[in-house]
Design a protein around this ligand. Structure first.
Ligand code: FAD
Length: 329
């Protein structure tokens, strides 16, 4: 085995504009547990173009951080990232590769798996190692009604892991800083062209403390402005049901649910959302759920702490007015 081949557990760190996504620290926590069980090294691959505090990944448990740095990687872009991750994996041959099930990770991971001709289990909620040392990838199926245990026969065994599923690895600054700077295997892919950079913060609803989510009760795209106004009033962000995303009225990054984002805000306001199990799977752990729906028998009311039976077009302006009034008093 050449010294480049490590047969270890590899965590793909996610960054945007130089800031490391917290899911990377969660993956390192789980990755450390798996690596220790298999007596393998835990390494981390970081791709970026900014001044990034790569040593943070060492402090969180990565024995070695491989940092592929190029100015073209400042903003994550799937095609060029894929080329670099695939080349890195082919060279180092890790046994296990963990990627965050963020919007970016969900788009990137299948491209890597397909290029390597290996399997991928998406949206895992737990990972274990069996007696033979193989990775058992656990993920909910049928809207969280059962948990599938999935094994990949080929290496690398690849999984994306849901954000906020595991605790972050403890930060220990006494850990050795071991960063290997690498040149890109390929810089920004000529096939891709970035037209517009939308600040991640505008799109990422997973960190929001308040989410105002829109469902098929919304009649047209412009009506999202009403929900945006409510979200702004409360310092929150706008989410959406899949029905709204499928209808092209909302961006997929806004989707909450089984096949979208899993969120746990302090307040979740579901507007014109029926409460299908697949939607509930993504938001039922919110601290306080408020539902606005014209149908008193809508299932969303069964999980809501507070419910308004009424037309969202009437209720939301009243809520905005009431909250603003309270603020000025
Ligand atoms: P509907 O079910 O059509 O509900 C619209 C609601 O709006 C109704 O309750 C109605 O009473 C109310 N309404 C209408 N007009 C008004 C008004 N003026 N004021 C107030 N209320 C009004 N769904 C997700 O959301 N997220 C997922 O991640 C997801 N993943 C899925 C994965 C799989 C494999 C499958 C099969 C489905 C998935 N779905 C998901 C789809 C899910 O089953 C539902 O179809 C979807 O959640 C319905 O969205 P909705 O509640 O907006 O629409």
């Amino acid at each position: 085995m050449s010294d480049k081949k490590q047969k270890g557990v590899l965590v793909l760190a996610e960054q945007n504009n130089g800031e490391i996504h917290k899911v990377s620290y969660e993956l390192l926590n789980k990755g450390k547990e798996l690596a220790e069980k298999r007596d393998l090294p835990l390494t981390c691959l970081l791709i970026g173009g900014e001044v990034i505090s790569a040593e943070e990944l060492n402090y969180r448990g990565a024995q070695t951080v491989y940092y592929i740095k190029d100015s073209s990687f400042k903003i994550p872009e799937e095609n060029s990232y894929k080329e670099n991750v695939v080349a890195f994996i082919k060279e180092r041959e890790p046994e296990i590769v963990l990627i965050g099930a963020t919007n970016f990770g969900r788009s990137l991971a299948p491209r890597i798996a397909a290029a390597l001709g290996t399997g991928l289990t998406a949206d895992c909620t737990d990972l274990q190692v069996n007696e033979e040392g193989r990775l058992i990838q656990i993920r909910p199926a049928f809207s969280d009604h059962l948990f599938a245990h999935i094994k990949t026969v080929k290496d690398p065994q690849m999984a994306t892991v849901r954000y906020k599923e595991f605790a972050e690895a403890q930060r220990d600054t006494s850990r050795v800083e071991n960063i290997v700077m690498m040149k890109p295997y390929m810089a920004l892919c000529s096939k891709s062209k970035i037209d517009e950079i939308i600040p991640m913060d505008d799109m990422d609803i997973t960190e929001a403390e308040v989410i105002v989510a829109a469902g098929r009760g919304l009649r047209k795209k412009e009506d999202l402005l009403l929900l945006e106004e409510l979200a702004r009033t409360l310092g929150g962000k706008v989410g959406a049901s899949r029905a709204l995303v499928d209808a092209g009225l909302a961006e997929s990054a806004m989707q909450v649910g089984y096949s979208g984002n899993r969120v746990k805000p302090k307040v979740y306001i579901a507007c014109g959302i029926s409460g299908a199990p697949q939607h509930l799977a993504g938001m039922k752990d919110s601290q306080t759920i408020i539902a606005i729906n014209s149908d008193p028998s809508a299932p969303i009311f069964q999980v809501a702490d507070y419910g308004y039976v009424g037309d969202l077009y009437e209720v939301i302006p009243q809520l905005i007015h009431a909250w603003r009034k309270e603020e000025t008093e």
